[in-house]
Design a protein around this ligand. Structure first.
Ligand code: 6PG
Length: 512
């Protein structure tokens, strides 16, 4: 292909035309940008071009195929704006190196939109400094979000952001400012123009991917909680999938309204085409995971943030993967005598379960925001939690009506230590906690696993406990390891030790 003239040049280069990449490219095209596309797999580029043609039969082509990195750079206006949608890890560096070989310049911007580990983004910005500007943007929303409006978590060079901002505001999901709910009135070629865009600058490079990582940790917890509610309804009340779907649909009208509840109902309504059984009954009960939930749990452990429900959700996926062992164990390990709910009124049980799910969900989100707060302080990000809650109201997988309540909580008090302390959530948990406790207790007595729900309740009970048995624990540590302890009636920094093994020991020795 010859050198394109100015009016043939493309606005944005797109590398990686898998499902997410193709849909993001088409979303950009719907918003008036001309896109130069490259993928090592030529078929993927051809597929994206064909879809553009099918969706836009009478117009000028909006997606242009490139067969090399050099051709991609030559087809772009300067300075170049390039988006990557390639698998996280080594493929991102591979593409960055090929772009350097192809002659990318210091003022060109490369935006990584994959599910990258946030520390990799930090390293990449430093590694590619002087060659091009590496900018990280986490994207949530799956295929549909990418196509019609994802939630975007951009982070990196503030100069680069001034260039990227209008593009991202155009392609992001939009929220109705009156209702706080997603505007979902879109179609190919008809992007939503009005409303508040779900894209806000998160902070220096890596911050966006950190926030997305926590989003995914919350996503794991939210999904696990819904699955536990399903199992309680299925095994505890003996309901059929379609009956449970109807309950979820009803819950979706109230405070539990969320994308995840909606799609859970859809999955439960589906029959298997081959056997005619409910599809959920033929899906193997082994959960997969790509790693972002694990990263969140690891980060929580590293910074000492008690994200117990999030971490439990990762463990629950791990436990599910021991399918054959569970099958074998089910034949050996005993369970409680068949029991029913202590309350035999189904309506009340379902209502209590809804409340348990809601309270557990509040705790999972409280843990996610607590983790981000600790990380923000540790890395000097000054994260804006109201802003983060707002961009999660639409487009992303955890979009839910109650994210507006979270945004309100941080707008009312930007120094809020924990979501649980916000007056609205204090009132909500106060109102529903009896049902939460009842549900968890019943599930435990019936032998139905509810580890995420129980962990959320334990998080709540531990967080509100003035005195925890960590005093005894400190005594144990001092006993066997001379690890010292602080006294409640002295400054915390003053450390005490007991000479436990000395007969007739003086009670305390001050260590430091
Ligand atoms: C999103 C999702 C998405 C998720 C993948 C894999 O926000 O769009 O969180 O990014 O990472 O769907 O998730 P698993 O770890 O469950 O495989």
């Amino acid at each position: 292909m010859g050198t394109p003239t100015n009016n043939q040049l493309c606005d944005i280069g797109f590398i990686g035309l898998g499902v997410m990449g193709k849909n993001l490219a088409l979303n950009l095209a719907d918003n008036g940008y001309k896109i130069a596309c490259f993928d090592l797999d030529k078929d993927k580029v051809a597929d994206a071009i064909a879809q553009d043609k099918a969706e836009n039969p009478d117009g000028e082509p909006r997606l242009m195929a490139c067969s090399s990195y050099t051709e991609l750079l030559n087809m772009l206006t300067k300075p170049h704006l390039i988006m990557l949608s390639v698998p996280a890890g080594e493929p991102v560096d591979h593409v960055c190196h090929r772009l350097i070989d192809a002659g990318i310049r210091p003022d060109d911007i490369v935006i990584d939109t994959g599910n990258s580990l946030w520390t990799d983004s930090v390293e990449r910005e430093a590694q590619y400094k002087g060659k091009f500007i590496f900018f990280s943007t986490a994207v949530s929303g799956g295929e549909q979000g990418a196509r019609f409006g994802p939630s975007l978590m951009p982070s990196g060079d503030p100069y680069a952001w001034t260039r990227i901002e209008p593009v991202f505001e155009a392609i992001a999901a939009k929220v109705d400012p009156q209702t706080g709910r997603p505007i979902e009135d879109y179609a190919p070629g008809k992007p939503v123009k009005e409303g508040e865009p779900c894209a806000t600058y998160i902070g220096s490079v890596g911050a966006g991917h950190y926030v997305k990582m926590v989003h995914n940790g919350i996503e794991y917890a939210d999904m696990q909680l819904i699955c536990e509610a399903y199992q309680i309804l299925r095994e505890g009340l003996g309901l059929q999938p379609k009956e449970i779907a109807a309950i979820f649909r009803e819950w979706n009208e109230g405070c539990l309204n969320s994308y995840l509840i909606g799609i859970s109902a859809e999955v439960l309504e589906e029959d298997d085409q081959e056997t005619g059984k409910p599809l959920v009954d033929v899906i193997m009960d082994r959960a997969g995971q790509k790693g972002t939930g694990l990263w969140t749990a690891v980060s929580a452990l590293q910074v000492g943030s008690p994200a117990t429900t999030i971490t439990q959700a990762v463990f629950s996926r791990a436990l599910s993967s021991f399918k054959q062992e569970r099958v074998d164990a089910s034949k050996v390990l005993t369970k409680p005598e068949p029991a029913t709910f202590s309350n035999s009124d189904h309506k009340q049980v379902i209502e209590a379960l809804r409340d348990a799910l809601y309270c557990s969900k509040i705790c999972a989100y409280a843990q996610g925001f607590q983790l981000m707060d600790i990380a923000s302080k540790e890395h000097g990000w000054s994260l804006d939690f109201a802003g983060i809650a707002k961009i999660w109201r639409a487009g992303c997988i955890i979009r839910a009506v109650f994210l507006q309540s979270i945004a309100n909580a941080y707008e009312n008090n930007d120094g809020l230590k924990n979501l649980l302390l916000d007056p609205f959530f204090v009132e909500q948990i106060g109102k529903f906690q009896h049902n939460w406790r009842r549900t968890v207790a019943d599930a435990i007595m019936m032998g139905i696993p509810c580890s995420a729900m129980a962990s959320a309740l334990n998080y709540y009970d531990s967080y509100r406990c003035e005195t925890l048995p960590a005093n005894l624990l400190q005594g144990q540590r001092d006993f066997f390891g001379a690890h010292t302890f602080s006294r409640i009636d002295q400054p915390v920094a003053k450390k005490y030790h007991v000479e436990w093994s000395k007969p007739g020991r003086p009670q305390y020795q001050i260590k430091c």
